[in-house]
Design a protein. Structure first.
Length: 327
């Protein structure tokens, strides 16, 4: 049997997504993002990052309909015939925005089956998600997963209920709107790399979202790093999000951020080798307990090390021959 079937049990239905979600909304950058994704897919043999085409921040005021048409055309132009498809989503306007219904009708109605997800921003409650579900279903997207953006204290308070909604795959944290929603109670450096990992209200919100996702088998997606030219800061932020706060995915807003996110969320070579050794030994023992380097391992630890290998595959790491056949 496949390790995933043996080990994950109830967790087998948990959502698994690429660790990086790259956003772009200007036409030239959207085209470049799709090109970069296709090149990475050819290099790794896996889709290691999503591209989300942005209608909310990408569309000029008054030009929402034209931007939705542009996004539709870009998705229609994708070659999805290969054994591994590009993963492309779209961020539409919030459910209370005048352009929301038109966005969904146009984009989902025309290319919904070609999308990996639809991002719904500024979600405040389960009712907002249900409103989005009704609109998406009416446009013919009954199988289309929804990702939602949590951007206010009230939304953080309801994160567990939102994560429990069946169509929701992922919760993202909207850092800048969250800080702004506090009316100056959080200083502006709460939006920077240092402040967002030290201010108690921001850290608490991140932990609530992460915990809500893990409770319901969904994917917590970490917020942007606005200092996109600071590669060192980007790497530190991504690593802290992954190692300290339990995030398994992160936003990129510039092509230079994609590789640091992949590196930060990937297990080290030593972790991959150890995981491969233990999983291979577990397979040989028909999943009975084993001893390795003086430590006892059973299905509980096998599950952890299998998930290390899955994350390695998601981030384009070289897979040891002993476990490569499982991917």
């Amino acid at each position: 049997m496949h390790p995933r079937d043996v080990l994950l049990g109830a967790q087998a239905g948990a959502v698994s997504l690429p660790v990086c979600d790259h956003y772009s909304g200007v036409e030239v950058r959207m085209r470049k993002s799709l090109q970069l994704q296709a090149e990475a897919l050819a290099r790794y043999g896996a889709c290691v990052f999503d591209v989300t085409l942005d209608c909310e921040d990408g569309a000029p005021v008054g030009g929402e309909a034209e931007h939705a048409l542009l996004v539709t055309g870009l998705v229609q132009g994708l070659d999805l015939s290969g054994p591994v498809r590009q993963r492309v989503g779209v961020r539409v306007h919030p459910v209370d925005h005048p352009a929301f219904e038109a966005d969904v009708a146009q984009i989902v109605g025309q290319v919904g089956t070609r999308l990996s997800h639809l991002m719904i921003p500024k979600v405040e409650s389960v009712e907002d998600v249900q409103r989005a579900v009704r609109a998406v279903d009416a446009a013919g997207g009954r199988e289309l997963p929804l990702h939602v953006l949590i951007e206010s204290p009230a939304a953080v308070h309801r994160a567990f209920d939102i994560a429990a909604q069946p169509r929701v795959q992922s919760l993202s944290f909207g850092l800048m709107d969250f800080v702004s929603a506090h009316g100056g109670a959080i200083p502006s450096d709460g939006m920077g790399v240092a402040g967002q990992f030290s201010h108690p209200l921001v850290v608490r919100a991140k932990l609530e979202i992460s915990s809500a996702c893990h409770a319901h088998g969904k994917v917590p997606s970490h917020c942007v790093v606005t200092e996109f030219k600071d590669a060192a800061a980007m790497k530190v932020a991504a690593r802290r999000a992954a190692r300290e706060l339990g995030y398994t995915r992160m936003w990129s807003i510039h092509p230079d951020q994609i590789e640091p996110i992949l590196e930060a969320f990937a297990p080290t070579a030593e972790e991959v080798d150890k995981a491969a050794l233990i999983v291979a030994a577990a397979v040989a023992a028909d999943w009975a307990p084993i001893a390795a380097d003086g430590h006892l391992h059973d299905r509980a630890s096998y599950r952890y090390f299998w998930q290390v290998l899955e994350r390695a595959h998601q981030t384009g790491c070289a897979m040891p021959d002993t476990v490569a056949r499982f991917f």
